[in-house]
Design a protein around this ligand. Structure first.
Ligand SMILES: [Mg+2]
Length: 227
């Protein structure tokens, strides 16, 4: 029986597959203003983009420190993301309630490619006693080490002092990262991935978080789909 359940955040507890581009647009504009930058339209598009190399090249052209710009943009994005969750603009999936009843006797943790600050915020915001919450640091290195890099999962397992368990995600990269650290992968169906082929290596296919109690009771040597 699995006693540790790690969960991806975007598309698993937070509605929708990820942070919308509009948040990064606003975050980049705010960071540019804080640093007194005056980007051209093209440079502004580059600063808004969700890739470090593009952002860094625009920063170089503007004479700005790319790491400093990146950190400010990430901080601002975290602030905006928290605002959207607090106001209900970004919803929480209803079946997150099932996690509350699992917390007794199960260690739960959030492990997300999203920013660490946002993962922490969500863990505090939800009425679920997460033992840990981990996301990417606001640095280019942190951005590069997103899943399928197993780094975030490895650090979380080490922090919890456990070696096995289940990782619940909504993307193939979640399954890949889980397998790299020896976790069982559960692929969670949501509206945005309803038609995506089941990634190779997923041990479970779930239609909702409320199916997790069945997974905990499932024989360990049998892969199952809880449809
Ligand atoms: Mg996700």
């Amino acid at each position: 029986m699995t006693e540790t359940i790690l969960l991806d955040m975007d598309g698993v507890v937070l509605e929708g597959p990820g942070t919308p581009q509009s948040v990064y647009d606003r975050a980049a504009d705010a960071a540019a203003e804080e640093l007194g930058l005056e980007p051209t339209d093209r440079q502004r598009r580059e600063l808004r983009s969700h890739g470090y190399e593009t952002v860094a090249s625009a920063c170089s052209a503007l004479g700005a420190d790319p790491r400093e710009f990146w950190r400010r943009k990430e901080d601002e994005a975290s602030r905006l993301a928290a605002e959207r969750i607090r106001s209900g603009e970004r919803g929480i999936y209803g079946d997150v309630a099932a996690l509350e009843s699992l917390a007794d006797g199960t260690t739960l943790a959030l492990v997300s490619n999203n920013r660490h600050e946002t993962a922490r915020f969500v863990a505090d915001f939800l009425p679920v006693p997460f033992a840990a919450a981990r996301g990417r640091p606001p640095t280019p290195e942190g951005f590069r080490r997103r899943k399928p890099d197993p780094h975030l999962l490895r650090e979380t397992l080490d922090g919890l002092g456990v070696e096995d368990g289940l990782y619940v995600g909504d993307r193939e990269t979640d399954v890949l990262a889980a397998r790299k650290v020896g976790l069982e992968a559960a692929y969670l169906r949501r509206p945005h991935n309803a038609d995506v082929p089941l990634p190779e290596g997923a041990v479970y296919e779930l239609e909702g978080l409320d199916e997790l109690p069945d997974v905990l009771e499932a024989p360990e040597d049998r892969s199952r789909s809880f449809r």
